[in-house]
Design a binder for this molecule. Structure first.
Ligand SMILES: Cc1ncc(COP(=O)(O)O)c(C=O)c1O
Length: 400
């Protein structure tokens, strides 16, 4: 009998990934960044400078410093949150992670066991939905309006979970440039949400992945800041969207004892130190200017996409202009199933995220679609949207 290693696999694995087929010509999936705006010159200079100055520290795990991560980077994050989000954070309240995906995994690992209730926004990051499903959490979707989480529905869900004797472990929210809706929760709504959660045994997991790319309003203080006396919030952020996703640099902000507990679960001997050194070196000199430039490029791309959607889809699609970030969240008529168009679209080089994957209730999400305008050029956005409209029209005529 020949040896078959798959016979030895754990039996509870998720399905294997399919072979990577390359990035299609009109890719509106995922959360990729604008190529022209990766600050290559600034990063090159930062690499050289920091390696010349401190490169020998790479001889030692964690650069010989705290397992929370490179001190210059943690210090920059404290300063950035102070200046950009009126948020005060101490150095020992920041843990550097390998992208904020690792932050999601660590916080879930800290808090969740199968059967736990969690509340997330009804439309939310697909990577979080799939994680929670895999962990066996019971996921409740809280309704959203243009200001974000609806407090009345939140209260209803909190009460439902408590009455089962299993208070929700956390509310996961992306308040500043929500993924996928692109909305920003105003200050008053933040306060209402915190009030609605008073007296509950439920934490708040605030994901600010896109917050540095906000253009539609002034940035409100973080929930972490607003809740400072109560200490109910664990916060995470990332440099993926503001600098580059392939760097894999993210962070968790939490009270020091919480981070010390999380460190017991972060068994990777530290996130990549060179990336941390380079981001710290680059960002402490250039972050604001870079983020401002990138944000205005993304705003212009959002406008190109909105115009193309209006031109090619007309009344058949509904959307709000995002307040920042890289996504447009589209709603089609009741009964449309956007996933049904994926194969035909892919054959024409167009890829999009069907709404079901970004929705707690896949039926509710079926007539929705997320398009990322971060990576494609303005020309590709125009042509890709036109192709998508043609494909959906032809396929609908053909009986979809
Ligand atoms: C809301 C949200 N959180 C976290 C992540 C993970 O990003 P990264 O691991 O690149 O920091 C993403 C990625 O798209 C996201 O959209």
């Amino acid at each position: 009998m020949s040896f078959e290693i798959s016979e030895l696999y754990r039996t509870d694995l998720p399905p294997a990934e399919s072979q990577w087929g390359g990035i299609p010509a009109f890719s509106f999936v995922g959360g990729n960044n604008d190529e022209e705006n990766v600050p290559v010159a600034g990063l090159t200079e930062a690499v050289t400078r920091v390696l010349q100055r401190e490169g020998r520290k790479l001889a030692v795990y964690n650069l010989g410093g705290s397992p929370l991560g490179h001190e210059d980077l943690r210090s920059f994050i404290c300063q950035k949150l102070g200046v950009r989000a009126s948020t005060s954070v101490d150095l020992d309240e920041v843990l550097i992670t390998s992208g904020s995906l690792q932050a999601l995994d660590l916080v879930n690992n800290l808090l969740l066991v199968p059967g736990d209730n969690v509340i997330v926004e009804e439309a939310t990051y697909g990577g979080m939905i799939s994680r929670l499903t895999r962990l066996g959490a019971v996921v409740h979707g809280v309704s959203l309006d243009q200001s974000g989480v609806r407090p009345d529905h939140l209260v209803e869900l909190l009460e439902r979970c408590s009455s089962q004797g299993r208070p929700a472990k956390y509310l996961y929210t992306i308040p500043t440039v929500q993924n996928p809706t692109g909305s920003c929760m105003p200050l008053e709504r933040r306060v209402e949400i915190l009030e609605a959660m008073e007296g509950q045994q439920t934490a708040i997991f605030e994901d600010d992945c896109y917050a540095d790319l906000l253009w539609g309003c002034d940035r409100p203080p973080t929930l972490w800041e607003l809740d400072a006396p109560n200490r109910r919030v664990i916060y995470c952020g990332s440099f993926s969207k503001s600098i580059a996703p392939a760097l894999r640099v993210g962070y968790i902000v939490a009270e020091s004892p919480v981070l010390q507990q999380i460190l017991s679960l972060k068994t990777d001997a530290g996130s990549g130190a060179l990336e941390q050194m380079v981001v710290a070196e680059y960002a402490s000199a250039h972050f604001d200017k870079h983020a401002d430039r990138l944000t205005s490029v993304l705003k212009a791309k959002a406008e190109v996409m909105a115009e193309a959607l209006e031109r090619h889809f007309g009344d058949s699609v509904d959307f709000e202009m995002p307040q920042g970030g890289i996504f447009m969240w589209l709603t089609f008529a009741e009964g449309v199933d956007t996933a049904a168009f994926s194969t035909e679209a892919a054959a024409s080089g167009v890829e999009f995220n069907a709404g079901a994957g970004w929705s707690v209730d896949p039926h509710w999400g079926a007539n929705k679609m997320r398009l990322c305008f971060g990576n494609p050029s303005a020309e590709s956005i125009r042509e890709g949207v036109q192709r998508l409209a043609q494909i959906m029209e032809m396929a609908s005529d053909g009986g979809h």
